[in-house]
Design a protein around this ligand. Structure first.
Ligand SMILES: Nc1nc2c([nH]c(=O)n2[C@H]2C[C@H](O)[C@@H](COP(=O)(O)OP(=O)(O)OP(=O)(O)O)O2)c(=O)[nH]1
Length: 173
């Protein structure tokens, strides 16, 4: 799969915007806003475009805080394997609206519905919300949904260009 971005908007009251995904991969799970990188697009441009398409919020690429680079590995369906960059965004404009793809909800940290999210998120999202930055592989099991193995490392800065060679491969075939 092409690389993806995932944006979690956070408002002044420290609430996080999650969307219940209405269709596609991970349908019915709550997640941040994101999608696949288009040819020639930077990660930040992709993140901002997908955020707007799925939530109605406008952001600026330079306001994104890159907090994680995950290698989502699906050994039982390699076509799903991809790199995912995760961003927090605390500065944005516009109004949140439901879209064809997402039903958005502002939630306090205590309200995050981990039981309705991707399996690994209950481990890494709290760490990111505490201010840690992470990178590493998240390996999914036979059902392409539960996590078999995770090997996450705390880093000072997430290098957004780290996977460029693989990205080139994904985009150019
Ligand atoms: N939060 C979270 N997201 C995950 C995990 N694994 C995983 O593939 N994802 C996300 C990354 C992507 O946002 C999403 C898959 O890509 P996508 O949003 O482009 O899928 P889609 O089929 O709806 O594609 P599109 O039509 O919107 O382009 O799933 C995970 O463990 N946690």
């Amino acid at each position: 799969m092409k690389p993806t971005t995932l944006v979690f908007p956070i408002d002044e009251q420290n609430r996080i915007l999650l969307g219940r995904k209405k269709r596609g991969f991970g349908a019915d799970k709550y997640n941040g806003f994101g999608g696949k990188l288009e040819a020639g697009e930077s990660f930040r441009d992709c993140a901002i475009r997908e955020l707007f398409e799925e939530s109605g919020l406008h952001g600026r690429p330079e306001d994104l805080e890159c907090v994680a680079a995950f290698d989502f590995q699906f050994p039982f369906d390699e076509s799903l394997t991809h790199v995912g960059y995760v961003y927090f965004l605390r500065t944005f404009t516009g109004h949140v609206e439901e879209t064809d793809e997402m039903e958005p909800h502002w939630l306090t940290v205590d309200e995050i519905p981990y039981e309705r999210m991707w399996d690994g998120d209950r481990q890494w999202l709290p760490m990111l919300l505490e201010g840690k930055k992470l990178k590493g592989p998240i390996v999914f099991g036979r059902d392409n949904s539960s996590v078999d193995k995770m090997d996450l490392t705390t880093v000072d800065t997430v290098l957004e260009s780290e996977h460029l060679a693989r990205i080139d491969l994904y985009i150019n075939g």
